[in-house]
Ligand binder design. Structure first.
Ligand SMILES: O=P(O)(O)OC[C@H]1O[C@H](O[C@H]2O[C@H](CO)[C@@H](O)[C@H](O)[C@H]2O)[C@H](O)[C@@H](O)[C@@H]1O
Ligand SMILES: O=c1ccn([C@@H]2O[C@H](COP(=O)(O)OP(=O)(O)O)[C@@H](O)[C@H]2O)c(=O)[nH]1
Length: 822
């Protein structure tokens, strides 16, 4: 096993953050507590990694404590076990019983949102959601108090979906992992969750996301695609210019602990007692928290059918079900308890006798030794989860069965169904006939087959331990490159906004080059056939201020046609390049064409027909046509359907209208573009730059360039065009560029030729506002009072808004001449 000691021989520090600490406190008197192991697979799994890391746990201690003296006393007791409590006073009920277990848990397990009684209670969705966020912040506060530089933070489960985002907002350098112990549902089910996008975005802030099975990871990736419109790749999810790794890490147990325990004299004694008690009978065992997902009613119905159809077995088999109490304060769980009790009563009434009962149902947890003893003496383990993250109980049974080699009947809907699929009898728990037959097959299975199956299971359980799971996750997380190394490996960094502003304010001749779609255009929420692209209204005053500054030249370079650019920028003092530079216009002058003579555009009508055909058959897709280029766009359509349609569309194009044409075909993230061969944005900018220098009769070289857009890969030569100019100082193009005063920034791309990335168009809009106010020009004339900056995304831009408006006020006060301090 790999050792994790660092260069100084110290174990790396790890903060494991989970809703539940591995121990729960029980009050034994004033200021005194007893600490007991918390039940559940998450705790069992995590205990396996503590040897390799200097681990501290952060979590809820299992009780509400209000008194400060008591809190301190409990905190001290827990510290001895390396546990740090998060006291969730005031929010626990709405956070845990309400949002976690009443809303998220059923959704994650394909059970749908609760429908009854929602209007009669004050625990509305919003209040529970608020409590959930508040609880996540309470976890954050405790982490901040205990965090030491270099600590890795591993967040666990659906209780803490906001924590990765909060942690990164607090300190972007912290390495954050998040693991989901439950299943991740199909996107169709997840979609019903009202807070679906915020939660997805919040976990995507982590560096690494882990799931138990490939299916859960696959559901997650396709949910990101369908809800956030982002694409999942083998690397993970690329969202707003950041890659979040997504990978599969099936959890395991500590098998040696079970094997050792089964050999303890007191445990073999318990085994003997149990065997004596059930002498002459086969024992079928169930061990589950009394949770809807565990399929306990379905298990009982299948057992009832088995007894009905197999009278021979009626007095020769017993089903022992340990139903560990859980989440008693959630109404659904209380209902389940009475439903299960009703079934047990009915089946025992039907098939029991004075001397024997077919079902032994225990509403309690049992101690570890007893659990191992009963695992060891059982003939069959029956796991009928309707959906389950992993189900460690099935692994534990296998670990304790070296002597008996009993049979595992396992639901195909538990994560373990994938790992133990060869050795277990796999069943669909909803099919009572199938489960009943599997019980019969298990009870009658010949010893040889039992041994073969057990060997396969045992081998898996021993090699896929909890320790391996934890180390695999941590080694993947450690392998993720920190920001500082990214620079060395030429992975672009976030745009250093302060540097841009400073260089801008110090420069004498500036060039700003911007894209239109995805940069300056107003964001749209849906596609219609009549797409009307408009300049983001927040930018009108800002662009005016920038262009009116004699030291600044603004160029908008777009793939769109002249009409769209005319409509949006016709009145401004902006240099325009339409159709990627096929047409150019100098501020308010006339359009001139760069189209090569005799360019053949015979293909245009045919391509238009194909685009129209696919637009009609792909809801919410649309196409734009300009003179030399056509773009079919499916960004608002169902992404997967759009992608499939794009593949078909390309076949139609190649087979028909473009088979012999001189065109470039470019596949974007959500588009297919066909245009006449000739232009890229890089080629266009070289020519435009020459024009600008010439027309403006520039004597001062350009000493600041900011170039940003949501450009296709083939247009990224716009960024590299300037790189070559940096090498030669005072180049003939009238450029005086160094790496300090050249800023190229791709929007929302993780892989780019630009020097920097910006998360979204909001970032560009924000920056332009800031540049407009620091420009030492007649800015106050450019903005009217009504144009005080009011961003639409109020939360995201609140700080910028305050900053911009305060700088503007100061400028007005000082008469708009002085240098603004940053
Ligand atoms: O803490 P509780 O609310 O009492 O619930 C107990 C745990 O239940 C869930 O366990 C899951 O984790 C196991 C290990 O990865 C997995 O085998 C099982 O399928 C899951 O149901 C829950 O996810 C944990 O957070 C709870 O602590
Ligand atoms: O009385 C009991 C019975 C079981 N368990 C443990 O609870 C965990 C259940 O984990 P599983 O993954 O099967 O399901 P979960 O309860 O986490 O959904 C296993 O490690 C069991 O050993 C327990 O702590 N007390």
């Amino acid at each position: 096993m790999m050792d994790y000691d660092d260069a100084r021989g110290e174990r790396p520090r790890l903060l494991v953050v989970a809703n539940r600490l591995p121990v729960s406190a029980k009050r034994t008197g004033e200021n005194s507590w007893s600490l007991e192991m918390s039940p559940g697979g998450l705790v069992s799994g995590l205990l396996g990694i503590t040897s390799q890391f200097d681990t501290k746990w952060v979590g809820w201690p299992g009780v509400d404590v209000h008194d400060e003296i008591e809190k301190n006393a409990l905190t001290e007791s827990l510290a001895e076990m390396k546990c740090i409590p998060v006291f969730l006073n005031g929010v626990f009920d709405q956070y845990y019983n309400g949002y976690c277990n009443g809303i998220l848990w059923p959704i994650l397990h394909h059970m749908g949102l609760p429908q009854e009684d929602q209007h009669d209670t004050n625990q509305t969705f919003e209040t529970q959601y608020d409590a959930y966020k508040k609880a996540n912040r309470m976890f954050l506060d405790v982490i901040i108090d205990n965090y030491e530089e270099g600590d890795i933070v591993w967040c666990h489960d659906y209780h803490l979906m906001f924590l990765p985002q909060y942690l990164k907002e607090y300190n972007n350098k912290i390495k954050v992992g998040w693991f989901l112990h439950s299943p991740f549902p199909s996107s169709e089910v997840y979609k019903t969750l009202p807070s679906r996008s915020e939660l997805l975005r919040a976990i995507l802030a982590a560096d690494l996301l882990g799931f138990h099975t490939y299916d859960f990871a696959r559901h997650f990736l396709s949910t990101c695609t369908r809800i956030l419109g982002v694409e999942g790749t083998h690397e993970g999810v690329v969202y707003q210019g950041r890659v979040t790794r997504v990978a599969v890490f099936p959890i395991g147990i500590d098998p040696d602990r079970f094997i050792r325990t089964c050999k303890l004299p007191e445990v073999t004694q318990q085994m003997n007692e149990l065997q004596e008690k059930f002498a002459g009978k086969k024992v079928i065992l169930g061990v589950d928290r009394l949770d809807m997902i565990k399929g306990i009613p379905q298990k009982y119905l299948a057992f009832e059918k088995f007894l009905e159809e197999n009278p021979y077995w009626r007095d020769k088999v017993v089903l022992v079900q340990i139903a560990v109490p859980t989440r008693n304060d959630v109404p659904e769980y209380r209902k389940l308890k009475s439903q299960v009790h009703g079934l047990v009563g009915r089946i025992n009434g039907r098939f029991g006798s004075v001397s024997s009962l077919p079902i032994h149902h225990l509403d309690c947890s049992v101690d570890f030794n007893y659990l191992c003893a009963i695992y060891a003496i059982a003939d069959v383990m029956l796991v009928t989860s309707l959906r389950d993250g992993m189900n460690l109980v099935s692994y534990e049974f296998v670990a304790c069965q070296e002597a008996k080699m009993g049979v595992l009947v396992l639901s195909e809907f538990a994560g373990a169904g994938q790992s133990l699929g060869v050795g277990a009898l796999i069943v669909n728990p909803w099919d009572v006939t199938e489960v009943s037959s599997a019980i019969k097959e298990a009870l009658n299975m010949p010893a040889e087959e039992r041994e073969t199956r057990h060997r396969s299971n045992f081998q898996y359980v021993c090699t896929h331990s909890a320790e391996k799971w934890g180390l695999d996750f941590m080694s993947e997380l450690n392998g993720i490159i920190p920001e500082s190394e990214m620079q060395m490996r030429k992975i672009p960094l976030q745009l250093p906004e302060q540097d841009v502003i400073q260089q801008y304010s110090q420069s004498n001749n500036r060039l700003i080059i911007l894209g239109f779609f995805g940069t300056l255009a107003e964001p749209m929420n849906s596609g219609t056939k009549e797409m009307d692209f408009k300049l983001n209204p927040e930018l009108k005053g800002t662009l005016k201020a920038l262009c009116n500054d004699p030291k600044t030249t603004v160029v908008v370079l777009s793939r769109s046609g002249k009409n769209i650019l005319n409509k949006n920028f016709g009145e401004s003092n902006i240099w325009l390049a339409a159709e990627n530079g096929m047409f150019e216009k100098q501020t308010t002058g006339e359009w001139v064409t760069n189209m090569p003579q005799n360019v053949n555009l015979d293909w245009v009508d045919g391509v238009k027909n194909v685009f129209k055909y696919f637009t009609d058959r792909t809801p919410r897709s649309y196409f734009e046509a300009s003179e030399t280029s056509l773009v079919w766009n499916y960004e608002y359509a169902d992404v997967e359907f759009g992608r499939a349609q794009a593949r078909d569309l390309l076949q139609y194009l190649w087979a028909g209208p473009i088979s012999n044409a001189s065109v470039d075909v470019v596949r974007g993230n959500h588009s297919v573009e066909v245009h006449a061969i000739g232009e890229t944005k890089g080629a266009a900018i070289g020519r435009i730059l020459g024009e600008i220098v010439h027309r403006k009769s520039m004597t001062t070289p350009i000493d600041f360039v900011f170039c940003s857009g949501y450009f296709l890969e083939k247009d990224e030569d716009i960024y590299t065009f300037f790189e070559s100019k940096i090498l030669s100082s005072k180049s003939p193009n009238g450029l005086d560029l160094k790496k300090e005063n050249y800023f190229s920034a791709a929007i929302g791309q993780a892989r780019t030729k630009a020097r920097y990335v910006i998360d979204s168009a909001h970032g560009v809009v924000d920056l332009l506002h800031k540049l407009a106010v620091v420009a030492d020009t007649t800015m106050t004339d450019s903005f009217s009072d009504s144009e005080i900056y009011e961003p639409r995304d109020a939360n995201a831009n609140e700080n910028s808004k305050r900053w911009i408006n305060s700088v503007r006020r100061r400028k007005v006060e000082i008469g708009d001449t002085g240098q603004i301090g940053m």
